[in-house]
Design a binder for this molecule. Sequence first.
Ligand code: HEC
Ligand code: HEC
Ligand code: HEC
Ligand code: HEC
Length: 153
Amino acid sequence: MRRPILVAFLAFAPSLAWATDFVGADVCKSCHEKEYQDWRSSGHALALGRLSTVQQRDRVCRSCHTMEPLEAEVSLAGVQCESCHGAGALYSQRYVMKDKVLARLLGLEDVRADTCTRCHTNDGPSVTPFNLDEKLKLVSHGHEPRTRGKAKE
Ligand code: HEC
Ligand code: HEC
Ligand code: HEC
Ligand code: HEC
């Protein structure tokens, strides 16, 4: 694989519109069955469906309860893999995924505190403040979370 050439090309590419395109959890499932099954039964997967029909069309609610733009198909509903790992149109091929550097250049994001706190603000419906270390363990599908630290106040 001629990675240096591709990396150099990407560094100078003016913009990668596709790098912000979602593919949906069903695509990730084909290679990450265990993570998919764990996510499938979580509140994140159900985050849109639990709202009323009116709320489901409210842009404010949608900004945290789903990944899709208003006009997109149902297969992108809820807080999906790509809400945390980055939009996957360009990185979700096997040869890219296996290359940690290339995958990140093509949109794979590391999970950090602000991955969560952009939705888990402390003025949300929860009565207790968001404890990042504790909550990360609940969403990392058996993997050791790599990020540490307190969520923004
Ligand atoms: C064609 C198969 C395939 C698809 C589709 C796929 N992956 Fe992967 N993924 C892999 C492989 C292979 C690895 C590398 C695993 C390893 O080295 O242990 C990987 C690694 C990862 C990693 C860890 C990468 C790192 O460097 O830390 C994450 C996170 C991930 N995939 C998320 C996703 C998400 C989210 C999707 C859907 C948008 C997705 N994958 C789609 C095959 C795939
Ligand atoms: C800034 C992001 C954000 C916005 C905007 C938002 N929510 Fe939420 N919502 C959350 C988070 C995060 C949770 C989970 C809180 C927790 O349990 O810690 C949640 C939880 C909920 C729950 C409880 C779900 C359950 O089953 O426990 C309901 C109902 C809800 N939101 C409705 C709404 C409605 C209706 C709107 C629009 C008026 C809305 N939310 C807007 C982030 C948001
Ligand atoms: C709420 C955020 C969140 C969602 C949604 C989510 N993940 Fe993860 N995922 C994590 C965290 C946190 C880890 C632990 C590793 C880390 O900290 O990066 C992780 C780890 C992984 C890994 C292993 C990475 C490694 O360390 O090698 C894979 C693969 C993965 N997730 C795939 C998926 C897939 C596929 C989906 C959807 C079916 C998904 N994730 C949904 C947060 C999330
Ligand atoms: C796109 C918005 C969004 C992102 C990003 C997000 N969440 Fe959530 N999260 C929600 C919503 C909305 C709910 C409520 C879903 C429901 O139960 O209906 C929720 C529920 C949860 C729950 C279950 C309720 C609870 O408090 O026990 C946990 C745990 C959680 N999120 C952890 C995380 C972590 C950790 C991250 C970052 C790695 C993260 N979330 C990223 C929106 C988000």
